[in-house]
Design a protein around this ligand. Sequence first.
Ligand code: DGJ
Length: 736
Amino acid sequence: MKNYSKILMIGLFSLFCLQTFANDTIISVSTANTEIVILVKNEIAYFNAYGSKLESNDILLSEKMLNRRGGRKVKMIASGEIYPSYGRGNTNEAALVATHSDGNLTTELIYKSAEFLHIDNNVHQTKIYLSDNYYDFNVTMFFNAYQKEDVIEQWVEIENKEKGDVKLEKYSSTFLNFLRDNYYITHFYGAWSTEKRMVEEKLVRGIKTIEAKRGVRATQMENPEIILSKGIPAQEYVGECYGIALAWSGNYKFNFDIDNTMKLRITAGINPYLSDYVLAEGEKITTPKAILTYSNAGKSLMSRNMHLWARKYALQDGDEIRPMLINNWTGTYFKFDETLIKGMIDDAAEMGLEMFVLDDGWFGSDYPRDNDKQGLGDWELNTKKLPNGLNYLAKYANKQGIKFGIWVEPEMVNPKSNLANDHPDWIVQSKNREPMLQRNQLLLDLTNPEVVDFVYGVVDDILSENPDIEYVKWDANRHVENLGSTYLSNDNQSRFFIKYVENLFSIYEKLNKKYPNVILQACSSGGGRVDYGILKYHHEFWPSDNIGPSDRLMIQWSNSQFYPAIAMASHVGSSPNHQTKRSTPIKFRCDVAMSGRMGYELIPSHMTEEEREFSAKAIKTYKQIRPIVQFGDLYRFNSPFDADGYTALSYVSASKDEAIGFAYSTELHLREIYYQMKFKGIDPDASYKVSEINKAQKNFFLNDGAIYSGEYLIERGIQLKIAGCYDSVVLKLIKQ
Ligand code: DGJ
């Protein structure tokens, strides 16, 4: 073995990760079934492959193949490196662009060493140390390989040890390099109430960018999750595909660069937009984590990898059943008082719900929060509405046998508030410009430590003064415009976007530590903050203010690509729906909510007798099936984005003993009276009793209670009589 560099080998693990072939070093960052292969040749670390784990990696790349560029032989090429920089002739997308202390714009990274560590039996860490070959400038690449889940978490630490500042203009979390093929990306776009529409497109020559530039509410319009499919458009059960997500709740940027040789290079990380990062001598930056998974069996397996990983590693208490709650927002909006809330609590308890969450409008005394024009920022109780306070209500709920939660939006302020009057300098603002309102509110400058203390203090005070509150819905209803901080120095304004998110995360971290039993929901005008950065500190997210069930099928379907059902709050609302204006049967609304974390969002006393009775039954049913929905393996069958007007999916318990199937008709199917439901993920060698549950008046499955072989359910499937618009069926499969 040619001794290119110092390689630390820790136990047997290193032997599996590191091989030599034809004098080159090959490093495999592997999980049970997948691997990223890194090739070290002539002191350069190259990204060689990401895919199925092979027995051996016989990489036969001649010097010429590696070093060829446009027919000319050059000394080295940075573009296929593990972390390509601007420099060494690289004019393709770089992962790193830095201006060194002497003004040099090029960086040439060489491989120094690798380090391997078993964090535990399941999490294996690889560190690759790179350094500039002239400057005292270091890049450490981290890969955490989650064996069972086939997920690789990747991030980078960049350290300046030069005598002077280094300015970073690009500092990606990950770089992925793929050989010539056809590539398709699925990404998500939307707006308030139409979050997460899903679209797939073929990558062609040039760069395709998916990004956010709004700092806060960064996932309302685009999302930091991409499915990359190789060869063919992404299929549910066949084909090679990759899931790439960024754990960051601020600006992100994904670039997909197809160059003149038709190779694909992907960079993903913090969006460098307005975010030059100056590293002083001795300073480091750690990028957010990119979450990667590879599947050779389509999107379905890709999603299950992500879900399994998320429940174990990326969510608060991912192994704990979520309570069924009722939130008052779309029932009452700002118009409520103690009597109404107590009545809702009584009704919720009677229906079998487990928690009441009081939304916006409970605070503000000089400027009562009776609408969205005032009071935001003044977190004292509105005693006119709630004379006995929050803990009184929490105790009242507890007496009725349910828990109590509260809404907050501590990062924001209405100009009409004591907070805005007292601390105008705490507000994000650009010099000599008019403040720009969104929903009549402004953003607090979370780069300022005083503001950080205030924001933490808002929630800390509420929770410590009202110890019976067990749930917090944290909202954020605007994004950043006309960026500017009175706290950051003139030279440091470009730190704003990053510092904001880092400080936000630090607040959550403190809250999680001090209140480990309080459930947190991430919300931002609906689905404006859904990402694995924020979710680390939360139990669930609010996907959209649109709870119209047929729209929700789409929003939930898209979210299910990367996020597990346990994290997806899904509420039954009133009919007609306030956003879509569509009327739907209570059964359809319940069946849709049941495929996520079911809850309610209406005034129960406004429901019809039939709606109340049905709901009480549905709540009972959901409690029985929720371990399968919340912890089970998801198999999707029929997409709401397809034109046929059907949606179908199922959850299968880990043991494959039980499964819950959901099928929905969102169009009138006239004489095509049956939907053929074929299952996946169940045991083909077992028999299952198939029963329709959560029934209304009529049966949609005519062979209710029949026993089928798993093989039959998978290969032939069963007929469901859902032909009308908003017909739906829930099936329970029990292994015999
Ligand atoms: C936006 C959220 O998405 C809603 O659920 C609700 O909490 C309102 N904000 C309250 O202002």
